[in-house]
Design a protein around this ligand. Sequence first.
Ligand code: NAD
Ligand code: DAU
Length: 353
Amino acid sequence: MSTDLRTPKSILVTGGAGFIGSAFIRLLFRDKSFTGRVTNLDALTYAGNLENLAGHVDESRYTFVKADLRDMKAVEAAVEAHAIDCIVHFAAESHVDRSIHGPRDFIETNVLGTFNLLEAVRARPAIHFHHVSTDEVYGSLGDTGLFTESTPYDPRSPYSSSKAASDHLVSAYHHTYGLSTTLSNCSNNYGPHHFPEKLIPLMILNCFEGKPLPIYGDGGNVRDWLYVDDHAEAVWLVVRRGRSGQSYNVGGKCEKKNVEVVHALIDTVARLTQRPRADFEKLITYVKDRPGHDRRYAIDCSKIERELGWAPRHDFTRGLADTVRWYLDNPKWIANVKSGAYRTWLDQNYAGR
Ligand code: NAD
Ligand code: DAU
């Protein structure tokens, strides 16, 4: 196992109120070897929720800054005020379906927002910049093969193309200005605190409420599922030990067709609620496919395994059970999230499918 190249003392986490960013902040405050400060910069869009951090941070070492990455002055002010020496950049518009309905926010937040952060780092080159990205930048696979770090970029949705653009900016700032940067490209995450517009939490909540389980197209699209805490551990390793200028693929080694995911979820929900499977099976509804729907993603994560000693620790059965249990135990979180913008958006977009 390699040793630390960096020991950050004041980390700016962007998007720390979201699904993965909050898992990363919870990990930082569980890690006894990290004694530094965390500044969480988040605009609190529909996807940001400070409840995700309640009770999980040491307030004496934590600051929340409500700011929008598109506002360069606000970004500069946060970096300056907290003597930041490392930025871990999660904030993004993250949902593919939303990017199809309205791409502008994706370009502005994911491209311009990343550019603003990189400009702040260019003015303060002692800062290390870690960029959290996605496997979707590599495009869509056929029945065989895996994405490696050298797979050519071929993004195919407004979301993935905005992430690809931001990845290229990170690489350009490393090569042109000599910034210290690392990048990780991860497969589909799942776990607690996941906003219920994405496949797994949407299906869980719809099972609880007896609502249709909408499967796009023929349900044969494949994703490589990774438990969110495993991803947070990978990011923390890359931040400390990843070689500057390098990218690392992160995946769950857990390829599943969507229809298999839905059946596995039904098994889990039925077992944990002690209800018959048939109650949930009857909710499965095949709906119109997502435009440009990528068929298959699968990650070769041998580089991060070999160089940094990372491996996913949760298998899918345990990860799903932990996830469903969390949603069963947190009705207040669900009620609060649903009282916000998400329900309206879902109702508009899934009505009539
Ligand atoms: P999320 O949508 O749950 O959270 C995004 C967070 O960013 C929210 O807290 C939101 O308020 C904040 N944000 C959005 N726009 C902002 C802006 N303009 N200024 C400041 N804050 C803003 O997203 P997530 O699923 O946690 O994803 C985090 C990162 O990981 C993203 O960069 C995403 O592309 C990447 N990623 C996600 C997955 C996945 O499966 N969810 C997989 C691979 C990579
Ligand atoms: O691969 C990493 C990416 O994974 C991240 O970069 C994105 O931020 C994240 O949202 C996720 O993108 P996907 O489009 O793969 O995730 P989503 O949960 O939206 O969909 C997963 C699969 O399930 C996909 O094939 C579409 C399908 N789907 C999704 C929803 C919401 C359905 O069949 N029905 C649904 O209702």
